[in-house]
Unconditional design. Structure first.
Length: 511
């Protein structure tokens, strides 16, 4: 082969190498650049951001939603309130999140307590060496290996270490009380949603009864018109009233499905879960006095987990202020190390030896000047401590107002229920008498429509009054911090016993 051909082949190979290198290095860079460019925000604020194509194709299945979908509940049975609460305590994600937060706080406490122990570390190494020299000196090979151990410990830091432990401890206490509060909030949520669903069911039944009453009115108007003693206007007004009740009935159907969805999600299940409940059978206490509410306020300040959590946060802030103050002073550390090393030499003069090394130290360090950083940190920590104290005052005032408000909400709801029951009985009797009078020609269609409207309003008020009474009852338990699984069914007697015990405590009686 001629020299020119060889040169041509060399040039061709070089060009191919350049092309391959360019493709290998620059094409991926162009791809990455294009991908990064698509991650930028839109050029205008009124445009949607368009995700890159690879983001859509590389999405993994939503494992969280698949897990939620995998949860099953027996849709063939009716659940009572206690069963629903127990289901929620096992499934509600807010409770599980608070539980993991509390476990995390416990681990942080253990990290803080680890500063009371020495920090020990060990290490080992091996080194090989070969020296190639001229013929006169020859080659020399050597190797060395050894191990060492180091230990150090904080001896004194003017309260910083103990302050960190106190802070972590009170953070743990706060997290645990927050967990308890989430449990109580969940119980309240389930009970409120349960009563809302019960009310939605009752509203649908009431709406169906309203339709039946409106149908009676329409039938009476049509009969009078057919016999010639009525007018067409009466029929039209009665039919309009009938259509209005049908419209209201359809609205209650939608409200019923919404209430089912709210209860299902509070239990930790998807909104479209089929769910059926039994009717409540509670007897709400009606004999509480003004003196009882004072006892309930004191009980709430002692029992509410959110107040206890706020107190623990205050103690944590006090510990943080102590930590920040300790940074203005020196720290003292003690420690030591031990090391042993073996060295071997191979060649004309072989050798083997080893040595030991021991070290101990006592170290004091002090940031004499840091631009007032630590001083400002101390002022910040103290301000946060004082702010938390004011926050605790607000929390306790709010708790007292919460108990007071919920107590009178309950008394008002009980009174409204009594009047609601009376209103319903009178409206029902009035409607029947007015309907009979209309058929006899003694009342006009306006009279019967008004009586029909009054009866529908009475039914609606009665349902709402029951819901308000049940809800106010459980909200009062929640406000006092006494709501729990144990007092879900028939808590009236327990509430009375709790009040009697509080009165005995104030007299210095048995505890």
């Amino acid at each position: 082969m001629s020299r020119r051909c060889l040169i041509g082949l060399a040039h061709g190979a070089r060009e191919r190498i350049i092309i391959y290198a360019f493709s290998f290095l620059f094409v991926p860079m162009l791809f990455l650049t294009a991908g990064c460019g698509s991650l930028k925000a839109p050029k205008k604020s009124d445009e949607f951001w368009v995700p890159p194509k690879w983001e859509k194709t590389t999405k993994k299945p939503d494992d969280v939603w698949l897990a939620l979908r995998a949860k099953k509940i027996d849709s063939s049975k009716e659940f009572d309130l206690l069963e629903l609460v127990n289901i929620a305590l096992r499934n509600n994600p807010a409770i599980l999140q608070a539980w993991y937060d509390a476990r995390s706080a416990y681990a942080k406490l253990k990290q803080a307590e680890s500063t009371w122990y020495p920090q020990v570390s060990v290490s080992g190494d091996w080194t090989g060496d070969k020296k190639v020299a001229n013929q006169q000196s020859g080659s020399i090979k050597s190797s060395s290996y050894g191990g060492s151990a180091d230990a150090s410990m904080l001896a004194f830091d003017f309260g910083g270490r103990s302050g960190a432990i106190r802070q972590a401890y009170n953070d743990l206490i706060a997290a645990n009380f927050t967990f308890n509060q989430i449990i109580q909030d969940t119980i309240l949520q389930v009970e409120s949603e349960y009563f809302a669903l019960y009310s939605a069911k009752a509203n649908r039944l009431a709406a169906e009864a309203d339709v039946a009453d409106a149908e009676k009115t329409l039938f009476a108007a049509e009969e009078k018109y057919k016999t010639g003693i009525g007018v067409q206007l009466d029929v039209l007004q009665a039919r309009a009233n009938y259509d209005e009740t049908r419209y209201a009935l359809e609205e209650t159907k939608g409200s019923l499905e919404s209430a089912k969805a709210s209860l299902a999600t509070s239990l930790g299940f998807p909104a479209d879960t089929k769910l059926a409940i039994t009717d409540p059978s509670w007897e709400v206490p009606e004999d509480m006095t003004r003196q009882d509410v004072m006892v309930l306020i004191e009980e709430g300040l002692r029992s509410r987990p959110d107040i206890a959590s706020s107190k623990a946060i205050l103690r944590s802030k006090e510990a943080a202020a102590a930590i920040a103050g300790s940074l203005l002073w020196p720290t003292l550390d003690v420690g030591g190390s031990i090391e042993k090393r073996w060295v071997q030499t191979f060649g004309d003069n072989k050798s083997y030896n080893h040595d030991y090394e021991y070290t101990g130290f006592l170290k004091a360090s002090w940031d004499v000047f840091d631009g007032f950083n630590n001083y400002a940190g101390m002022k910040e920590a103290r301000a946060e401590r004082d702010a938390q104290r004011r926050q605790l005052e607000q929390d306790e005032l709010a708790a007292s107002a919460d108990v007071w408000t919920k107590y009178y909400n309950l008394k008002t709801a009980i009174s409204k229920l009594k009047y609601g029951e009376s209103f319903f009985k009178n409206a029902e009797s009035s409607f029947e008498l007015t309907l009979d009078s209309y058929r006899a020609g003694l009342k006009s269609v306006l009279d019967i429509l008004y009586a029909n409207s009054q009866l529908a309003e009475a039914r609606s008020n009665l349902v709402q009054s029951k819901n308000d009474m049940y809800t106010a009852f459980v909200e009062l338990l929640h406000a006092t911090g006494s709501i729990s699984v144990e007092n879900v069914p028939g808590y009236a007697g327990q509430l009375s016993s709790s009040q009697d015990q509080q009165k005995e405590d104030r007299k210095g009686g048995p505890k």
